[in-house]
Design a protein. Structure first.
Length: 256
């Protein structure tokens, strides 16, 4: 793992910042894919962080300052990296870069009993107050699954604890609209812009009845779900084609 705090490389992780903002979870973060020494979709990630910062009245560092720091840590990296950029409300910021561990195991999902308020001040914000998301993961893992699916107060599917959701129905790929309260994921944005994925609202029953289910995130990109509760799903030729074409575009472009 490599660490940078306030623009300076830190060799000893125990020097992480200690502040009220850190304790309270008052800040923002981005998780970004690195491929070799390249930052993928950096402009999109910074723009999302800037919008969230405006919403929460937080000041973030200049894009170039964070970018210089990331590039310092990416030097010599080979393969996929997970880049985490964290900005606290008190002005402290840090970057962590670590190798991505790969797994061939397909995600499996359960329905969460708790609901997400689509009108919450943190709706659509990638906040470091991440307890809600980790609860979904821990709840699912305690039952032998990998992640939990949240619905909102209206019964619409929102997202899992760690990713956006896409379903396939009648030859169309659909992801929850932002009005559901979901995070405006970067991979989600690219799939909508370049690959014909559409936004819409759908219920838990409609998710279960879908032909295919996928998760998308900046690190895992686009992954088929193998199981939702007791229902098994198989990847179709159309789904496999979408995954292949998307990954090819990500690898061929730095900014997408």
């Amino acid at each position: 793992m490599k660490l940078l705090v306030n623009g300076k490389v830190v060799s000893e992780p125990l020097t992480l910042p200690f502040s009220l903002s850190y304790i309270r979870g008052d800040g923002l973060f981005e998780t970004i894919l690195g491929i070799d020494e390249k930052i993928i979709a950096w402009q999109r990630h910074y723009e999302r962080m800037a919008k969230s910062a405006e919403k929460l009245l937080i000041t973030i560092p200049a894009k170039i300052d964070i970018e210089v720091g990331i590039n310092q840590l990416l030097k010599g990296m080979i393969g996929k990296s997970r880049i985490r950029v964290v900005v606290l409300a008190d002005g402290t910021w840090l970057v962590v870069v670590e190798e991505v561990e790969t797994s061939d195991k397909l995600p499996s999902l359960i329905k969460m009993n708790q609901v997400i308020n689509s009108n919450s001040p943190l709706s659509g914000v990638k906040s470091i107050s991440y307890g809600q998301s980790m609860l979904a993961v821990r709840t699912a893992q305690s039952r032998g699954y990998s992640d939990g699916v949240y619905l909102n107060e209206k019964g619409d599917v929102v997202e899992t604890g760690s990713a956006n959701i896409i379903i396939s129905r009648d030859g169309r790929f659909i992801t929850p609209a932002l009005e559901s309260g979901c995070l405006p994921g970067i991979t989600r944005q690219i799939l909508i812009k370049d690959f014909g994925v559409t936004e819409g609202l759908f219920t838990w029953n409609e998710l279960i009845e879908a032909e295919e289910v996928f998760l998308c995130s900046s690190i895992r990109l686009l992954m088929p779900v193998g199981k939702v509760e007791d229902k098994l799903f198989e990847l179709s030729d159309i789904g496999r084609k979408l995954i292949g074409e998307f990954e090819q575009q990500i690898r061929s472009k730095i900014e997408v």
